[in-house]
Write a protein that binds this ligand. Structure first.
Ligand code: NAP
Length: 271
């Protein structure tokens, strides 16, 4: 095993829907990362109780499969948390869905990715817009659990789109962060949370896709602030088509891609 690979233990699992779950694992003492970064997680059926008990043939394969996962938990947490979808027939998540507390996973301790707030040199931080679909919420939850994010920005808008209300995971955490971190900073209304549910009507949630909401001004109206090219940082994470379409909508509105530290828009495709 490479020097960078460590064994971690599953500490908890939360099932949101039959296809959506979160889990925490132990955090190696030496492992450091910045909010918004990814790691490679490895699964091996021989290390999962489910396969040991139900499928001796697969367990005997003893094969590691690695995938990139964005970290949900804050850089200051004692554990590492991840948010996952089950992809039908997906080699990795079809095994991962059977995780149980006490199982072992592999962690490549070299974090990577550029969806971090440190990338913004110009404009300086003022308004932060975090636009996510599905499991693309993960890096933003990590950033929102870092007090520096709350201190650096005047307004933080989190718009989070899912197909159905049951797929809008982490609502309680978002509300808790609004209350807990909100009370530590000058402006307690700093985090403006905008849920979007696209395939069923839900009280209090917007229903259209992000590019349309931006182009017709609904999102800005709901947030109560404008998207100003001189003061706005926008991060996109999730479905690659959403990232592409939303990027184009933002460019139409006059915002520019962040390159070498300058510009408004930073993106990460989640798959
Ligand atoms: P999803 O189709 O990504 O939908 C989540 C939200 O994104 C919905 O509100 C959806 O709106 C919206 N959306 C989709 N395309 C958009 C676009 N072009 N512009 C703006 N908004 C857009 O659903 P999901 O359940 O999170 O993921 C769907 C599939 O993606 C999974 O079943 C899986 O196969 C794959 N996936 C793969 C990975 C991976 O790591 N390989 C990770 C996550 C997901 P609408 O309801 O209008 O479509």
């Amino acid at each position: 095993m490479s020097d960078n690979i460590q064994t971690v233990t599953v500490l908890s699992k939360t099932t949101w829907t039959p296809n959506l779950f979160s889990f925490t694992v132990s955090r190696p003492d030496s492992f450091k990362f910045t909010a918004g970064q990814f790691v490679r997680l490895g699964v091996n059926p021989s290390r999962l109780k489910y396969y040991q008990q139900q499928d001796e043939e697969l367990a005997a394969l003893d094969e590691d499969i690695f995938r990139a996962y964005s970290i949900v938990s804050s850089p200051f947490d004692e554990v590492l948390e991840f948010f996952s979808i089950v992809i039908p027939d997906g080699a990795f998540t079809s095994q991962l869905q059977h995780l149980e507390v006490g199982d072992e996973l592999l962690l490549n301790t070299m974090p990577f990715g550029f969806l971090t707030l440190a990338r913004y040199q110009k404009p300086l931080p003022k308004d932060l817009w975090l636009l996510a679909t599905g499991t693309g919420l993960a890096p933003f939850l990590s950033m929102l659990q870092d007090l520096k994010t709350w201190n650096d920005y005047e307004h933080i808008v989190l718009a989070y789109s899912a197909r159905s209300v049951e797929e809008l995971a982490y609502i309680e955490l978002i509300e808790r962060l609004q209350a807990d971190f909100g009370s530590l900073v000058d402006n307690p209304a700093k985090l403006i949370f905008i849920p979007i549910v696209t395939r069923e009507p839900v009280d209090g949630a917007l229903t259209e896709r992000l590019p349309k909401l931006l182009l017709d001004g609904t999102l800005q109206e709901r947030a109560g602030i404008a998207l100003d090219v001189d003061s706005t940082h926008v991060m996109l994470c999730g479905n690659p088509e959403m990232v592409e379409d939303t990027k184009e909508a933002l460019k139409t509105l006059g915002l520019v891609m962040n390159r070498r530290g300058e510009g408004n828009i930073a993106v990460e495709n989640y798959w």
